[in-house]
Design a protein around this ligand. Structure first.
Ligand code: IDP
Ligand code: MG
Length: 139
């Protein structure tokens, strides 16, 4: 399987609850390597660009408010099959459906407060990494 990079966001609900360390530990112990990290106070413009695909959804406004509501820890993680493995480690979008053992299944209850974002395909990963990180911040 190919070595991939994926964008992970530790969202404001996780930062407020002091879960950044716990969440990063789960990715690191799975074998993923941190290639970039930055703490961001997300402006509306970045929030809307990041969630552009959801613009027409009824929850778009709430989602943009949520991701702009505090600090977000943005990470680029690398490893074999990193995109799918991170999504599995994160768990189903709705924490009510997320399997115990996953981040959302263990630590979250309902949307939109589901703690973590992970890119969902190689194309999305490439565009999201470019959106959140200048090239020279990737090691
Ligand atoms: P994902 O984060 O698992 O990829 P997406 O479907 O891409 O899930 O949705 C992006 C984010 O929007 C979710 O992580 C969640 O925070 C929020 N969200 C998704 N569906 C709903 C909803 O029905 N109500 C409120 N928020 C939602
Ligand atoms: Mg998504």
């Amino acid at each position: 399987m190919a070595v991939e990079r994926t964008l992970i966001l530790v969202k404001p609900d996780a930062m407020r609850r002091g879960l950044a360390g716990e969440i990063l530990r789960r990715f690191e112990t799975r074998g993923l390597e941190v290639k970039a990290a930055r703490l961001v106070r997300v402006e509306r413009e970045l929030a809307e660009l990041h969630y552009e695909v959801h613009r027409e959804k009824p929850f778009f406004g709430e989602l943009v408010e949520f991701i702009s509501s505090g600090s977000t820890l943005a990470l680029v993680l690398e490893g074999e099959g990193a995109i799918a493995t991170c999504r599995a480690t994160i768990g189903a979008t709705n924490p009510a459906d997320a399997a115990p053992g996953s981040i959302r299944g263990d630590l979250a209850l309902s949307m939109p407060d589901n703690l973590v974002h992970g890119s969902d395909s190689p194309e999305t990963a490439a565009s999201e990494i470019a959106l959140w990180f200048p090239d020279d911040e990737l090691v």
